[in-house]
Design a protein around this ligand. Structure first.
Ligand code: AMP
Ligand code: MG
Ligand code: MG
Length: 308
């Protein structure tokens, strides 16, 4: 559909590119050579999959859409990308949808694409494979408007025969697809938070939410999947550490189905190309009852993070 609005074509490409990325993530794991590099420390890792996927996503999207701005997590030397990493397809599933009127005239140069080639790298290296996702978010005028999450190892515990991997996507004004929207039963608070980047503020804030249950898993993408599939009621992370490429795609999908992602104080993040990459005031994401959680952030956390 060459006639589809630009944003739909970018989103349809992002879907296809994320599926190819998922394949790369699986192949690198099966090769047994992860090529792990420590970035800022032992909890901040990069693998061969992070590097290959980022090259694949940037080369693929920028070949199809030379005027979009792409901001991706990994700092990599510029080098030619092999042709077999380049995806030129566009998902029919996306192109078939009608573009919401307010986005139908957006131009390529107005779009900022935030890429986390592999979210949950630490978990990837530890074999917690369903925590791993590939995130491609599309922002316009500072707002996350559409996003794709590929989960390369979805169903891996079911073994051979089960279809491995899936792609979830969403767009403001259109909805969320690739999953069945479910909510945690009314009144029950299940908080999901980091397993590998915790600190005193993080645990203090989680406890202040008076949760009935706390789940500690890796990945921002994975935690948003838990929210939209009714496994958790709030993603609470009261610390800097998470970046714009972690939250852009998840935020777009969550907002597309009526949820909210903000800093821990309830203020929105912005996604213009020149914003700071760090989400300095933490992350709070919910499908509903956002105000309950912002109101329960303890004064110590509020104070520590509001100066960021
Ligand atoms: P987590 O919930 O710990 O998996 O974090 C979600 C995302 O934010 C992942 O991409 C992490 O790598 C990133 N992140 C969170 N905290 C930190 C940190 N202290 N240092 C580096 N990355 C972090
Ligand atoms: Mg990440
Ligand atoms: Mg990453």
């Amino acid at each position: 559909m060459a006639g589809s609005p630009v944003v739909m074509r970018v989103l349809a490409s992002a879907f296809a590119v994320a599926e190819r990325a998922g394949g790369i993530v699986r192949r690198v794991l099966h090769s047994g050579e992860l090529g792990i590099v420590e970035k800022s420390g032992a909890s901040d890792l990069q693998t061969k999959a992070d590097r290959m996927v980022q090259r694949s996503i940037i080369a693929s999207l920028s070949r199809s859409f030379p005027s979009i701005t792409i901001i991706a997590e990994e700092d990599l030397p510029v080098e030619a990308v092999e042709e077999d990493l380049i995806e030129s397809g566009q998902a029919e599933e996306v192109l078939q949808k009608a573009c919401p009127a307010e986005y139908s005239t957006l131009r390529e140069e107005e779009l900022v694409v935030w890429v986390d080639p592999l979210d949950g790298t630490k978990e990837y290296t530890e074999g917690l494979l369903d925590h791993v996702t590939v995130l491609i978010g599309i922002a316009y005028q500072g707002k996350a408007v559409a996003g794709v999450i590929n989960q390369p190892f979805y169903n891996y515990e079911l073994g051979a025969g089960a279809a491995l991997g899936r792609t979830l996507w969403g767009m403001l004004g259109l909805g969320g697809f690739g999953f069945k929207l479910q909510e945690v039963p009314e009144g029950r608070r299940i908080v999901t938070t980091t397993r590998s980047h915790s600190n005193k503020l993080v645990t203090e804030c989680v406890q202040a939410m008076e949760p009935h249950e706390v789940i500690r898993v890796g990945g921002a993408g994975n935690k948003i999947i838990q929210l939209v599939e009714g496994k958790a009621s709030a993603y609470v992370f009261a610390s800097p550490g998470c970046k714009k490429w972690d939250t852009c795609a998840p935020e777009a999908i969550l907002h597309a189905v009526g949820g909210r992602l903000t800093d821990i104080l309830g203020c929105p993040y912005r996604y213009e190309a020149d914003v700071q990459h760090m989400n300095s005031r933490g992350v709070l994401a919910t499908l509903r009852d956002h105000d309950y959680y912002t109101q329960h952030v303890p004064p110590s956390v509020r104070q520590a993070l509001s100066t960021n």
